[in-house]
Each structure stands twice: as structure tokens, then as C-alpha cells.
Ligand binder design. Sequence first.
Ligand code: PEP
Length: 251
Amino acid sequence: MRKNIVAGNWKMNKTLPEGLALATELDKMLSGCQPKCEVIIAPPFIHLASITATIDTKKIGVSAQNCADKESGAYTGEVSAAMVKSTGANYVILGHSERRTYYGETPAILKEKVNLALKNELTPIFCIGEVLAERESGIYFDVVKSQIEGSLFHLSAEDFSKIILAYEPVWAIGTGKTATPQQAQEMHAFIRKTITEKYGKNIAENTSILYGGSCNPANAKELFANEDVDGGLIGGASLKAADFKAIIDTF
Ligand code: PEP
């Protein structure tokens, strides 16, 4: 059966010493217990190798927040999937709305990133979600469906089964405005139906679909209680170990 997962997206926060301190604090908090969900943290690229060398990566998976859409070569400033893998990280967030909006990442570019992540044995945490105008005009199902189709539906069933999805309504990210549990469940059920139509019920039932967008210790339980919500991708609330742990503990 599919896994419940709580993943923390640190975004562009924390210097290296601060990041190491946060990861170590979380590692200590989890050392005496067995969390009832998979736990992943996604620090900035430059923290990855130090963090994987410091914490128990069997208990806390480590993810990059992005990788290049090219294999290697003259792409100044880029970080390849192979480089991410060589740090000991095993996951990569792809398609985050901030990457789509500020860095022009299109479904076609993201398709390349997904391919390279899988080729390098990184598990993509693939983000999808509509902006406010798309929600208000009622086209949000179509938007999310085309994001999935455009970057993931070329995959074989075997490769698709390696993907973690994160539904993140853009209007809820960093705004303090969370989707209601009903809105989250409705979209997650739609995503699972979309996967069923393409890959069949077995793969759809085994795909973890996380919710992201102003999720915090106060609202996580209600959101995660929904049948098709398999945990969360957490931004702001993952920057404090106690808050992140409280979200993990909702499982
Ligand atoms: C995110 O950016 O992935 C996110 C969910 O952010 P926040 O929790 O801060 O809304």
C-alpha cells in the first residue's frame, strides 16, 4: 500500500551551519521513536552532502529542491541529477510552483528533469497545482490534469510507480490560506482517478499524493485524515524542528 509521507521544503532558507543545526535537531527528536510516516527534508543543494553525512538517512530521507534538465556540461550554475545523487540524497522536488513561475519551468523542461532524476535513481516529488485565477474560473481540474499529462504520462507504468505527487494549490503556498480538507480531498481523488485512467487502479492506489500549502501543526491532522491525502509537503512549518515534528506526529 502507498506510504504516508511528510516532506519539508526548506526553500532558500538557512546557511550551512543553520541547516546542519536544524537537521541535527530533527534527527535527535526522531532518534528515540519510530515515526508512523516517511520523513523527508529538502535543504538547499549546498547542504545536501553535509546533512546526509550527519543524520540517520534511514529515518530521514534527503531531497534536493530541483535538478538540471541537462545531463552535464557547459551549464553554469546548474546542478545535475547525478550530482544530487552523489551527495547521498535520494529524492528531488520537481515542478514546484516557484520554479514554474520565477524560472520559467515548462511541462517540457520538467519532463526532461523527471527523466534524468529517474535515470539517476532519484525519486521525484512532483508538484502540481493551480493559481487563484484558475481556481476561481473553475478550470483547476483541467490545469492539474494537463500538468500531470505534460510531464509524467510519457513514463512507463514501472517508472510512474516511482513518482511521489504533491498537490500544492499556488494560492495556498506561503499565504496562510490553506485549502479546506474538502477541497484537498476532492482534488486528490481527481488526481488518483486521472492516474487510474492511464495506469490502472493498482498503480493509482499505490501512488502517494501529498498536500502542500500553508500546512501546519494546527491543520495537518484534518488534512491528512482524508482518504486520498497521503501526507504533506511543508514549507514554512518545516523550518522549525518542533513544528515539523508535530506535523509528523499527526500520523
Ligand atoms: C511549499 O512551498 O512547498 C509549501 C507548501 O510552502 P508553505 O507550507 O510555506 O505554504
